[in-house]
Design a protein around this ligand. Structure first.
Ligand SMILES: [Zn+2]
Ligand SMILES: [Zn+2]
Length: 254
């Protein structure tokens, strides 16, 4: 996946930030992410190529991702990955019924769209992140794309907590004592587990039963690549699930 992302990175032409400072201020103040789907300038043929690549990759690891429906492999990507489907995914709405063959597969389809779309959102995020007023935002969703966080870190300077977007890798400042999923600030519901060296933390919330993995940069000795830390800490996901918590990154379906 990372290989696909890196290679694509050089093919995606960086979007020119065409937002005026007035628009940026308005969106920041009203809790609106900087990217709106209709303003994205998407290279659809590159998206469709990526979609085929991602689907191929997923189908090689059914034990990790689940079985890819045959009809998805045979379908023309342009018929599946339509503007309507991607928009629904981007806005966190239900996928159009035409692409959801059955409910159980909806999660898998969302994962495929996520993986396909991520390199594109990452390139936007790189150009736009410096426009975010971090002290002002501090919300539970990403200031760039509106996605949920799936990782966090405590910064080196003052131990402040930053969240990492599951969709575009943007980082944003967030309260240490608040659950980014349900928003509770009730201290009795918030706690964390830590490893022996105190480098990693597993934040958990009793209110919504979600968890969030984090790394403390005040305690790390070498340079850290945050997007990779998600993968290095896969064992923490297992431990969290065993304790009965679900991840933040995705909406859980009962
Ligand atoms: Zn984002
Ligand atoms: Zn919570």
């Amino acid at each position: 996946m990372l290989r696909i992302e890196t290679r694509l990175g050089s093919h995606i032409h960086l979007p020119k930030p065409s937002l005026t400072s007035k628009t940026i201020n308005y969106r920041m103040e009203h809790g609106l992410p900087l990217i709106r789907f209709d303003e994205l300038d998407l290279d659809w043929s590159l998206l469709h190529e990526t979609f085929v690549e991602v689907t191929d990759l997923f189908s090689k690891y059914p034990e990790l991702f689940g079985l890819i429906p045959e009809e998805l492999k045979e379908l023309e990507p342009s018929r599946f990955l339509t503007r309507e489907t991607v928009k629904a995914w981007f806005e966190g709405a239900k996928l159009p019924p035409a692409v959801v063959v059955n409910e159980a597969r909806e999660g898998l389809l969302e994962n495929i769209i996520h993986a396909t779309f991520k390199p594109f959102l990452v390139s936007y995020s790189k150009t736009l992140l410096s426009l975010v007023n971090q002290e002002q935002w501090r919300r539970r969703y990403c200031p760039i794309c509106g996605g949920n966080p799936d990782f966090a870190y405590l910064d080196e300077e003052r131990g402040a907590r930053w969240l990492l977007c599951s969709r575009c890798d943007a980082e944003w400042l967030f309260q240490r004592l608040q659950c980014p999923h349900c928003g509770t600030q009730n201290q009795n519901d918030l706690s964390y587990f830590t490893d022996d060296e105190g480098i990693y933390r597993l934040y958990v919330c009793e209110q919504c039963k979600r968890y969030l993995k984090a790394i403390d940069l005040q305690r790390t000795k070498s340079e850290v690549l945050l997007p990779l830390e998600r993968l290095y800490t896969i064992d923490m996901d297992r431990q969290a699930r065993e304790r009965g918590y679900s991840p933040y990154g995705k909406a859980t379906k009962p």
